[in-house]
Design a protein around this ligand. Structure first.
Ligand SMILES: *Cc1c(COP(=O)(O)O)cnc(C)c1O
Length: 393
């Protein structure tokens, strides 16, 4: 029996009813400008202050260290360009990141390279983990910043962030982490984990699109991102998106209230899905199984074109994604899968299913009832698969 299964929670998520409820007053009668003096304005300001407290508390930060942005990409850009431009004045023009970051980080680094900054791209292991020793070996006298993602958006691997934080603090190098996929899924404490800057985004955790935040540790001064009014301590001007910010705070509050419990539930679904898919011949799980986000499944099927797989799954009501070519509008498969050392044809056969709070055992069993048959059908028409089988003989 056909059903609809949303299994692309790493791409974006549905807004939960409690988040929408928290936002509604600010989309309707609570339209005051938070800078206005009358009570309609002051109410909005109070909501913003409360939201800032909530987000800070979830990260172990102070409210004054949270700056709201339009999302994860903006936070990444601000953190990295801001530190680079500030510390370049002190002769520090070297930045360190990893090869499998989100494009919001990688393309920001590209743009800095064109400005004359030197960028070290660290490799990752075949399991999709950054090695702390590699970070240590890359740090130099003129290193301004290390930027390593908390959890990878494609393969879900969780990086040794507390260890990298400790190392950077000892070496006196600033440390930024893109935690867009991690917030709400992994316990984060910016003080304990020695994180100087952290990016997060609302729409990956059941808040709306177009809102996010950057944590900037007290004492670090970045250049203004947007000049204008006095919003966000004059660093990021523009009338605040009160409803979006309130929604973001509510989503983070909900997600961080019971990380362990939610993670355990989703992990069970994930493991059921992985264990149900792995018996398919010639497939492999991409990324470390242990150090992995609770909802992430990423599997490559040899002799299958990821694009075709996605279309067939869509026909069956399943939303998923792939590291294969055209989804991204380019011919090259995902830089993340290539960074693991996967051959191009294996990377092209990848399927990412990301589960979340709304998924059920029935969803997983439905996916398991559809995928093997689709793989079989696609392989039956694939010249690549014919060659694989011929080579085996
Ligand atoms: C989605 C995502 C981003 C971008 O966030 P937006 O709010 O969509 O700009 C950045 N980094 C990672 C790891 C992501 O998954």
């Amino acid at each position: 029996m056909s059903r609809f299964v949303y299994a692309d929670n790493a791409a974006t998520t549905k807004i939960t009813p409690n988040v929408l409820d928290a936002m509604m007053p600010w989309l309707t009668e609570g339209y005051g400008n938070a800078s206005s003096i009358y009570s309609k304005g002051r109410e909005a300001l109070r909501a913003l202050n409360e939201a800032r407290e909530t987000v800070a508390a979830a990260l172990g930060a102070q409210a004054g260290e949270i700056y709201f942005t339009s999302g994860g990409s903006e936070a990444d850009n601000w953190a990295i360009k801001g530190v680079a431009h500030t510390l370049a004045k002190k002769g520090k023009r070297h930045l360190i990141t990893s090869v499998f970051e989100h494009h919001a980080v990688l393309h920001t680094m590209d743009s800095l390279r064109k400005e004359g900054f030197e960028i070290t791209l660290l490799p990752v292991t075949d399991k999709g983990l950054v090695r702390v020793e590699d970070v240590a070996a890359a740090i130099r006298e003129d290193t301004a910043l290390v930027s390593i993602m908390y959890a990878n958006n494609e393969i879900g691997t969780i990086q040794p962030i507390p260890e990298i934080g400790k190392l950077c603090r000892e070496k006196g190098v600033l440390f930024h982490t893109d935690a867009v996929q991690a917030v709400g899924n992994v316990p984060i404490d910016v003080k304990e984990q020695n994180i100087d800057l952290l990016s997060l985004s609302g729409h990956k955790l059941h808040a709306p699109k177009g809102v996010g935040a950057l944590y900037i540790r007290r004492g670090i001064v970045l250049p203004n991102l947007i000049d204008g009014g006095a919003q966000e301590k004059s660093k990021r001007a523009g009338t605040e998106n009160v409803a979006g910010i309130v929604g973001l705070a509510e989503a983070i509050r909900t997600a961080c209230t019971d990380i362990e419990g939610r993670a355990a539930r989703v992990k069970k679904l994930r493991d059921r899905l992985i264990d149900g898919l792995l018996p398919i011949p010639r497939c492999c799980l991409n990324g470390d199984r242990e150090h992995r986000l609770p909802g992430n499944v990423n599997i490559s099927f040899e002799g299958v074109e990821g694009e075709a797989l996605l279309l067939w799954l869509d026909q069956n009501g399943i939303c998923a994604s792939s590291g294969s070519a055209c989804t991204s509008g380019s011919l090259d498969p995902s830089h993340v899968l290539i960074s693991l050392g996967l051959p191009h044809e294996v990377a092209h056969g990848s399927l990412r299913l990301t589960l979340g709070d709304f998924n059920t055992v029935e969803d997983v069993d439905y996916i398991l009832s559809v995928v093997p048959g689709v793989i079989e059908r696609l392989r039956a028409m694939s010249p690549l698969w014919e060659r694989i089988i011929a080579n085996e003989k």
